[in-house]
Design a protein around this ligand. Structure first.
Ligand SMILES: [Fe+2]
Ligand SMILES: [Fe+2]
Length: 314
């Protein structure tokens, strides 16, 4: 068994030659309105919900990756994973700053949504799920299952990263510069580190077939949590009072679909998002071919939040 895993480690390492660069960022939220895309409250709330969804998950990635770090045999992959951890920790901090300095200050109650994510990543998917200690013999399988979830989620964040990076429509509608920079900076770094989770999953013995059920679990969870959280913050707004959006009511799903049908650049179509998972299921899937690193780097070099952080340090 040990020999087998050593064989795997020596064959699948890092699939990139470039170095992933962790960057510091500084966002300023004092001028960002709730409708950060003017006259588009539904889209604004929907994208704002990612601030609540992401931090708990990204800190969980960091904890899990730090746990398996000593098992990595390939030095370049180890370097990729360390840079990935630093990038994800910075993403989580940036979205947390939006939660604290923007949404909470605008009197939006976000605690319930944060609690859902804390339960999922702090309890259910923890090293000891729901406080139950995983037997030593199953520990590697439990880690591998969770690494598979990260790899599947990272495919989706790469897809969404491309979507936001090339999106010009929000800007045309007069979107707030800070929120726009937050999603584009995050999306660009997701593209930059798109190979890491998949490489690590395979390096530690993750198999092909598991991608099928992991895709189903991840798609259902991401869409469900996104719509549920968005509905919760939307229903606090008097403009949605008569509708009282909820995940179990068709309205919020229909509205998402309707807006995305009108223009895919306003919101990604939910069926398109599901279809993007198909590429990940192909045996020849290679995250390197999913996006262009140079486009991501071009944005990262001019991101206002990254420039602001450099100025602050200087
Ligand atoms: Fe991230
Ligand atoms: Fe990521």
């Amino acid at each position: 068994m040990k020999l087998f895993s050593r064989f795997k480690n020596s064959t699948i390492g890092s699939s990139i030659r470039y170095s992933i660069k962790p960057r510091k960022v500084k966002f300023e939220w004092q001028d960002t309105p709730v409708d950060w895309i003017p006259e588009q409250p539904f889209i604004s709330y929907f994208i704002n919900e990612i601030n609540m969804i992401l931090p708990a998950g990204e800190f969980w990635f960091c904890r899990l990756y730090n746990k398996v770090l000593p098992q990595i045999q390939d030095p370049k992959l180890k370097e990729d994973v360390q840079a990935f951890i630093r990038q994800e920790a910075m993403h989580a901090q940036a979205h947390n700053s939006a939660n604290k300095e923007y949404l909470t200050v605008r009197n939006i109650n976000i605690q319930r949504n944060l609690n859902v994510m804390d339960f999922l990543f702090g309890e259910l998917l923890a090293d000891a799920p729901l406080g139950l200690k995983v037997p030593k013999t199953l520990e590697h399988q439990w880690d591998l299952f969770r690494l598979g979830i990260v790899a599947t989620v990272e495919h989706m964040t790469c897809v969404l990263g491309k979507y936001v990076l090339y999106n010009n429509e929000w800007e045309k509608l007069g979107a707030d510069a800070s929120m726009l920079d937050l999603v584009k900076w995050h999306g660009a770094e997701e593209i930059e580190h798109r190979t890491v989770a998949f490489d690590l999953y395979r390096h530690l013995g993750g198999g092909y077939i598991a991608r099928y059920y992991l895709s189903v679990v991840v798609i259902v969870a991401v869409l469900g949590l996104w719509v549920d959280g968005s509905a919760h913050i939307m229903k606090q707004d008097p403009r949605f009072k008569s509708i009282r959006p909820a995940v179990y009511k068709p309205w919020v799903w229909r509205e998402w679909y309707r807006i995305s049908q009108k223009d895919h650049n306003l919101m990604p179509n939910p069926f398109w998002l599901i279809s993007q998972q198909l590429g990940y299921l192909m045996p020849w899937y290679d995250p390197l071919h999913e996006a262009k690193t140079e486009d991501a780097i071009t944005y990262l070099e001019r991101s206002p939040a990254a420039k602001r952080a450099i100025l602050k340090v200087a």
